[in-house]
Design a protein around this ligand. Sequence first.
Ligand code: ZN
Length: 229
Amino acid sequence: MVIFAHPDDAEIGSGGVIARWVAAGCEVSYVLCTNGSAGTGDRSLSPAELAVKRAAEQRAAADFMGVRHLEMLGYPDGGLEDTREFRGDIVRALRKHRPHTVFAHDPYRFKGFQHRDHRMVGIATTDAVYPFARDHLHFPEQITTEGLEPHRVRELWYWGADESDVIVDVTDSIDKQVAALIRHESQMPGFSIQPGQTIEQRVKDRAAEVAQGYRFRYGAVFRRLVARR
Ligand SMILES: [Zn+2]
């Protein structure tokens, strides 16, 4: 399961690994937390119009990636807070889809600027994974009235970490990641691309940089938490 703030964050943060795991037979779910209604420099577009466009783009990207389930929580872009309601929505998704591994933004990154929504998603996800989804007395109404059961996630992988401790070879899946990324057409001008550089080049340059010293060409890095048995 990939839990992310804005349409396109999943493909940016974990696209290479997701494409590889889908090809290996994994069932993948996406949980998109905001509607992305603030993600434009185009002043002619209203937030509502943008949200509709971005939902369609995310659906197209998820379908292309072979993602089986897409949940859209629909919070306003820039409006995420660490509330019981938001945490409960993530707990519900975890109990419903029951992932072994969850991918999310690293909320504890401090070496650079990070979007507030990314931090909020990282924190709410971390808490939802442990202990809220696991313990039946948290959000008990999901169990007594919604028919869900507690769920124990085994691993939490953060992208965007200051210091990563896992690298995945994405040499064979990076083209799929890039192709999914460009399904987010409304975001194309915003992906801080240098003049003359393409999104593909930018993604591949970064992936090649982290793979230096390894026996593969492109890598994706994460910080991994593993639940104790
Ligand atoms: Zn984002």
